[in-house]
Design a protein around this ligand. Sequence first.
Ligand SMILES: [Fe+2]
Ligand SMILES: [Fe+2]
Length: 296
Amino acid sequence: MNDPNQPLSSVEQNPLASLDVWEDDLLERYPDPESIAQGKATEEYRNYETPGRDSVKEFYRLNHTYQTYDFVQGKKAEFLAFNKKEMSVWDAFQFLNQLVDDSDPDTDLDQFQHLLQTSEAIRADGHPDWMVLAGLFHDMGKVLCLFGEPQWAVVGDTFPVGCAWSDKIVYPEYFANNSDAGVERYQTKYGVYSHGCGLRNVDLSWGHDEYVYHMLKDYLPEPALYMLRYHSFYSQHREQAYDHLMDDHDREMFQWVKLFNPYDLYSKNPVAPDWKELKPYYEGLVKKYLPERIKF
Ligand SMILES: [Fe+2]
Ligand SMILES: [Fe+2]
């Protein structure tokens, strides 16, 4: 156990062998109902043993210890200035792919392949093209890792800060280490918020969701933006733990977040889509909605 007041080394900050270990763990918590129906064990998703699980626990320990209200405000100020880098959309995918993952036994696919498989699964089901685009971009915020951010500040289930933590959040016991535990006004049900204030007024823990939402917020229709912003907010979209902060508009938009989630979780396939064949479609789609260059 580290003392929460001591600086952490890079290895300590990044316990997961890769970001995908977190996503594999999500599959264990929320297995694909279809593969259960077909009698496939979730075991098939991962055939490596407990080290993954231990590193996930350590990951959440760090995440829950250090994601404080003030931490979130600081990261918003730092990254929502978008003054780090500017790239064309396609260079951005190449940049994201520098996040290599050699540990995932499920798929040998890179970040872009996960995005493409998500967007292709959405497209195959005939959903609107802006939802396909949301699929293609939803994890672009993981470039935060390439700016030196630790894993616990990039991925992991997100949750509101500035109010009481729900015990529906995974590993809630680790919040005992969070310095906000000692701040009385953050420890009531509503904290700094009010009943039904709407999620746009609520700060969630910082990570790739919030970052990509701000990156694209001027370009995509609102349901797509909800998908980007809340796709890791499992304690709400799967557990309904924060209904009291939502307004009617959030409730309407969360239908889209829920529609999106299975495409993110269950579209992984070891067979890579044929990018050459798909490229013209995606180039057209990107042109339709997005500017030439994106700011990071
Ligand atoms: Fe994600
Ligand atoms: Fe994803």
